[in-house]
Design a protein around this ligand. Structure first.
Ligand SMILES: [Zn+2]
Ligand SMILES: [Zn+2]
Length: 444
C-alpha cells in the first residue's frame, strides 16, 4: 500500500492523507483482496498431493448420513494433527474444529458435508466405490455422487493452509464437518439443523459462513456464484381426496374422487401461473396420483403427493394458503372432502448480497476474474440454508468437469469430479476466510 502512494504524482499524494483522515478507514479496509494468495499457493503446493490422496480414500469409502464414522475419524485426526481444537460426535458424527489466529478478531465459519448417497457407482475411476450397505432395509451401493468427498477433502486442505498462515489470521476459524446433508435416515434427525440445535453457534457466533458445492457440469478451474437466492426451499405436500365409492356405471350414486383430484392437479398449477408474481420463481409439481383398484369401481379415495420449490418464505406462505383454499373449494364443489398436509422442508438458501459483493474481488484476485462467473440459482436444495439464516452466508459452485470428458450430473452413478478442482476449492475458501477476517476489522 505504501509503495502505491509513493508512485502517485506529488499533488495526489498530498490529498491522500486528508482523504484517509476524513473516512477514518481502518487498516483492514485497505487490505488488497487476495493479498495472501501467494503464500496460500505455496501452502497448497505443499499439501495438494496428500489432500488428493485423502479425497480418493474418502471417495472409495463412502458412508451414508449419520453413519460417517470413518470419514469423521479421518477428519478429526487431521485437525488434531494440525493442533486445531476438535470436538467430535456433534449431531451424531459431525466434527467441529476451531483454529485461533495469531491476531485478535471475530470468527468466520466454513462448512463441508461428509455424507454419501445410496447410489451404485458406475464410473471407471481408479478410486471408485465398490461399497455396499443397507438403506431402508434394502441392500444398496454407496457413492459420493454429490461430491461431498471433494467438499470434505477441500476443507481439510483449508485447515492445513490456514494453520500454515495462522499468525496472519485476524480472528478465528470455525470448521464445520457436517453429517447427513442429504437427510437423516428414517426416524432419525441430523444435518445442519441438528448441529445448530446442539449449540454449534452458541457463544461463538461467526460473522460469516462460507461453503462450496461442486458442479460437475462446470469446467474445473471455474466457480459460479449467485447474489441473493442460491438454492431453493423444498417443501412437500400430500392431499387425500375422499368421495363415495360406487359402481362405475352408476356415478350419480357416489362421489368421484378421481374427477375431483384431476381438477385439483390443474387448479394447483394456477398458484404459480395466476397467484404468484411471475418474477417469483416457484415450482408446484404433483409427482404421485394414486387411486382406484378396478376399472368398474369409482373409488373412495385418491391421494396426491408432490413437491414445492421456491426462493422465499413469503412464496411458501402463499403457496400453502392457496393450496388449502383450492383443496377445500374443489372438494366441496365436488361433494367430497379434501385433506392437505403441507410439510416445510429445507428453507431457501440465500447468499447475503453484501457479503457476496464484498468477497468477489477476493475470488477474482485468487482465481482470475474470467474464472469467477455469476450464474442463476439452482432449484435443488441445501441445508447450508440453516446456517445462512442465522449469519451472513455465501455458498458458491465449484466446477469439477475435466476438459474433454463427460460427467453424469449430481446424484447420477456416472458423476465424476476431477481432482484438479481440489486446489481451486482450497484456494477460494482460504482466501475468503483470510480476507473476510480482515474486512471485518479483525486486523489490529
Ligand atoms: Zn446431493
Ligand atoms: Zn450435495
Amino acid at each position: 500500500m505504501q509503495k502505491r502512494i509513493e508512485s502517485l504524482p506529488a499533488r495526489l499524494q498530498l490529498l491522500i492523507p486528508a482523504a484517509c483522515a476524513v473516512l477514518l478507514l481502518p487498516a483492514s479496509a485497505l487490505a488488497q483482496p487476495g493479498r495472501f494468495d501467494e503464500r496460500i499457493s505455496r501452502a497448497i503446493a505443499g499439501c495438494e498431493a496428500s489432500i488428493i490422496d485423502i479425497r480418493h480414500q474418502i471417495h472409495a469409502n463412502p458412508e451414508l448420513g449419520n453413519r460417517e464414522f470413518e470419514t469423521a475419524a479421518m477428519v478429526a485426526g487431521h485437525l488434531a494433527s494440525l493442533g486445531i481444537e476438535v470436538k467430535t460426535g456433534v449431531a451424531h458424527t459431525g466434527v467441529v474444529g476451531i483454529l485461533r489466529g495469531g491476531r485478535p478478531g471475530p470468527m468466520v465459519a466454513i462448512r463441508a458435508d461428509m455424507d454419501a448417497l445410496p447410489v451404485t457407482e458406475e464410473t471407471d475411476l481408479p478410486f471408485r466405490s465398490t461399497k455396499r450397505t443397507t438403506y431402508n432395509d434394502m441392500e444398496v451401493g454407496v457413492m459420493h455422487a454429490c461430491g461431498h468427498d471433494i467438499h470434505t477433502s477441500v476443507l481439510m486442505g483449508v485447515a492445513t493452509v490456514l494453520t500454515d498462515l495462522k499468525e496472519e489470521l485476524a480472528g478465528s476459524v470455525l470448521f464445520i464437518f457436517q453429517p447427513a446433508e442429504e437427510g437423516a435416515p428414517a426416524g432419525e434427525s441430523g444435518g445442519a439443523s441438528l448441529m445448530l440445535e446442539e449449540g454449534l453457534f452458541e457463544g461463538i457466533e461467526p460473522v460469516a459462513v462460507f461453503a462450496l458445492h461442486i458442479d460437475p457440469q462446470v469446467p474445473a478451474g471455474d466457480i459460479v456464484y449467485s447474489i441473493g437466492p442460491a438454492l431453493a426451499a423444498s417443501d412437500g405436500f400430500s392431499i387425500t381426496v375422499t368421495g363415495k365409492q360406487t359402481h362405475a356405471a352408476r356415478p350419480h350414486t357416489g362421489v368421484d374422487p378421481i374427477v375431483m383430484a384431476s381438477q385439483l392437479v390443474l387448479a394447483l398449477q394456477t398458484i404459480t401461473s395466476r397467484t404468484l408474481d411471475p418474477l417469483d420463481s416457484c415450482v408446484v409439481t404433483v409427482g404421485m396420483f394414486h387411486g382406484g383398484e378396478r376399472s368398474n369401481i369409482i373409488p373412495e379415495n385418491v391421494r396426491l403427493t408432490g413437491t414445492v420449490r421456491s426462493y422465499s418464505d413469503a412464496v411458501r406462505d402463499t403457496v400453502e394458503q392457496r393450496m388449502t383454499e383450492i383443496v377445500e373449494g374443489i372438494a366441496t364443489a365436488g361433494g367430497g372432502t379434501g385433506e392437505l398436509t403441507y410439510s416445510r422442508g429445507l428453507p431457501p438458501t440465500i447468499n447475503d448480497p453484501d457479503l457476496v459483493r464484498s468477497m468477489i474481488p477476493t475470488l477474482q484476485a485468487a482465481l482470475g476474474a474470467e474464472h469467477v462467473i455469476e450464474g442463476p440459482p439452482w432449484m435443488a436444495s441445501e441445508d447450508f440454508s440453516y446456517y445462512a439464516r442465522l449469519v451472513p452466508g455465501f455458498i458458491f459452485f465449484l466446477g469439477t468437469l475435466k476438459e474433454g470428458t463427460v460427467s453424469g450430473d449430481l446424484h447420477n452413478p456416472g458423476m465424476r469430479a476431477d481432482d484438479s478442482a481440489v486446489p481451486v476449492g482450497i484456494r477460494a475458501l482460504s482466501n475468503l476466510v483470510i480476507d473476510r477476517l480482515l474486512l471485518e476489522g479483525g486486523e489490529r
